[in-house]
Design a protein around this ligand. Sequence first.
Ligand code: ZN
Length: 251
Amino acid sequence: MAHDPEIAELTRAIAEARRAVVFTGAGISTESGIPDFRSPGGIWTRIAPIDFADFLATEEARRETWRRRFAMEDTFRAAAPNRGHRAVAELVCHGAAAAVITQNIDGLHQASGVPADRVIELHGNTTYAHCLDCSRRYELEPLRVVFERDGEAPICDDCGGFVKTATISFGQAMPADAMRRAETETLAADLFIVAGSSLVVYPAAGFPELAKHNGATLVIINREPTGLDRIADLVLHRAIGETLGAAVGID
Ligand SMILES: [Zn+2]
C-alpha cells in the first residue's frame, strides 16, 4: 500500500500511548448496516422517538415502542461486527486500549470480542430487555412471540413491572454507573480516539473534551466534521473500518 501520512500518524499515536480509550458512535455501526437514527434523514427526523415518561404513562406508548423495536429486529440480528469493530477489539484485547465508551446500543463491540466489562454503554443496549422495577433480564425472541400473539407490551413475570429494552430512552436518566466509569477511564487515558461520532449529543460528547483538557491526545475519525475538530490533535474525515483497520493492522 502507498504511504499514507494520516494512517501513519494514527499508528504512531497508538504506539506512543500508554493507555488509550476508544469512544464510538453511530458511524462505526452504519458500516455494519445499522441505521443512524439521529442523522439527517434518519428515523428520528421522520418519527419522533417515544419519550420515557410516555412509555411509563400509557399502554399505547409501550405497545408502539415495542412494535417499532421488533420492526427493527431483522436489521439488528443481521448486523455483524465490521473491520472497525475488529480493530477496536484488537486494541482492547492486546492492552493498548483500556476500554470502549460507546453511544451505540447494538452490542457489536461485545460481538467482536471485546469483553463485556470493557464496554461502557452510555445509551444502554437494545439486544436484550429488562424489567424497569426489578431489573430481571429478558431475551427479545420470546417477548416477540408473545407480543405478536397477544399484541400487549410485556410485563415482568416476577413483579409485574414494565419490561423495556435495556436502552436509555429520551427523557430517561443517563446510567450513573456507566457515566462514572466513562469519566474514570477518560481521566486515566493519554490517548482518546473518537470513531464515528459527530459529538453533538451531551453529556456523551463531554468525554473527548474532558480527555483533551486533561492532557490526552485527541484523535477524531469521522466522515463529517464534528463539533470538536478544532481542539483535536488529529482529525481524519474518513471511513472508520478502513482507517482504524489500516492503522491497527486488521483486515
Ligand atoms: Zn420485575
